[in-house]
Design a protein. Structure first.
Lengths: 229, 103
């Protein structure tokens, strides 16, 4: 297949997965404006950080007056799932040159990872297979910029009385909603949530990062000690 | 100053994406660490969700008939039953508005 055809395939494959991304981007834009970020900062975050849940968490911590160290480490923990994606993709991407790795690394998202990985698994012998991830990654990137821009414009119009900052916890809830069906995840969720309530008064909003590590510690115990859980 | 921290957050995010493709042999990430990484969303997000739902600005527990607690419960129920991201957010927001109007 020609490069352009593979690129187009990546674009087409990721389209169904972008349906929830568009409202998510709009929600981010609205929230960022509601909690007082300038439209320019809110928009630039979409291509400097380019990670929805991190952008929302970062904005919220910023407006709550968290210390920069807490903001950055929270972003790092939220994004640590990318380590997993990178480790899985590396066998397909490690022969590419440095520029390609930087580009595809920047474009790595949950959606691009899942559709391009299944393409790589079937077509790993093809020379230009990586164009698939360029197609899926760029499509998602472009729609993210567009939808956050729409949200930023909308955020300047919708009245504050609607209480749209309530969409922050709801958005994060929606991201773990499928985990509520799993017993092990429920334990980890409960540990993190209860710890955050108990530690809330600690300085610099450090409760987020401490609760996350406590819960990850519990998940480590669940994995190693209770394998058949 | 805010631009500086946005930039740092961007660099950190990029490194989480880029590092495993390049620097590290994939086999050095042990099976256990891969398993633990799957729990990251369940470990981080509740720490943002719980205080935003159950505590007020000063860190005190909210009254049990506050609209956001009820909106949150409706969102959990809808999300659990339909397993749908957008429906979770929308059901929570709409019921939050209804409860704000009622209480």
């Amino acid at each position: 297949m020609k490069k352009l055809q593979i690129l187009k395939k990546g674009f087409l494959d990721v389209i169904p997965l972008t349906i929830p991304v568009i409202p998510f981007g709009i929600i981010y834009g609205v929230i960022a404006i509601e909690i007082g970020l300038s439209p320019l900062v809110a928009f630039c975050m979409s291509f400097i950080i380019f990670a929805g849940s991190s952008q929302i968490a970062f904005s919220q911590l910023l407006s709550a007056g968290a210390s920069p160290l807490v903001m950055i480490s929270s972003v790092a923990v939220i994004n640590s799932r990318h380590f997993l994606y990178g480790a899985v993709l590396s066998r397909y991407l490690n022969k590419l040159n440095c520029y390609w790795k930087i580009l595809l690394g920047y474009l790595m998202t949950d959606q691009a990872f899942s559709v391009s990985l299944s393409y790589f698994k079937k077509n790993y012998k093809k020379k230009n297979a990586h164009f698939h991830m360029l197609g899926s990654g760029f499509t998602l990137w472009f729609l993210w910029q567009l939808s956050t821009l729409a949200g930023i414009i909308l955020g300047n119009i919708v009245p504050e009385q609607l209480g749209l900052t309530f969409a922050i916890p709801l958005t994060f809830l929606s991201l773990i909603i499928s985990e509520l069906r799993k017993k092990d995840h429920l334990i980890v969720i409960a540990v993190s949530g209860l710890a955050s309530l108990a530690l809330y008064d600690f300085p610099f909003k450090i409760y987020i990062i401490v609760s996350a590590f406590l819960a990850l510690g519990v998940s480590y115990i669940l994995i190693t000690k209770f394998k058949n859980f | 100053m805010i631009w500086f921290w946005v930039l740092i957050a961007g660099v950190v995010t990029f490194l989480t994406r880029y590092s495993m493709i390049t620097f590290i042999n994939p086999k050095t990430l042990s099976k256990t660490s891969k398993e633990v990484l799957k729990y990251v969303p369940s470990a981080v997000f509740p720490a943002i969700i719980f205080p935003a739902i159950f505590l007020d600005q000063e860190g005190y527990f909210l009254n049990s008939n506050s609209p956001q607690i009820w909106g949150f419960l409706i969102a959990v129920i809808f999300g659990y039953v339909f397993n749908n991201i957008i429906l979770t957010i929308v059901s929570g927001l709409v019921s939050f508005w209804i409860f704000t109007f009622l209480f």
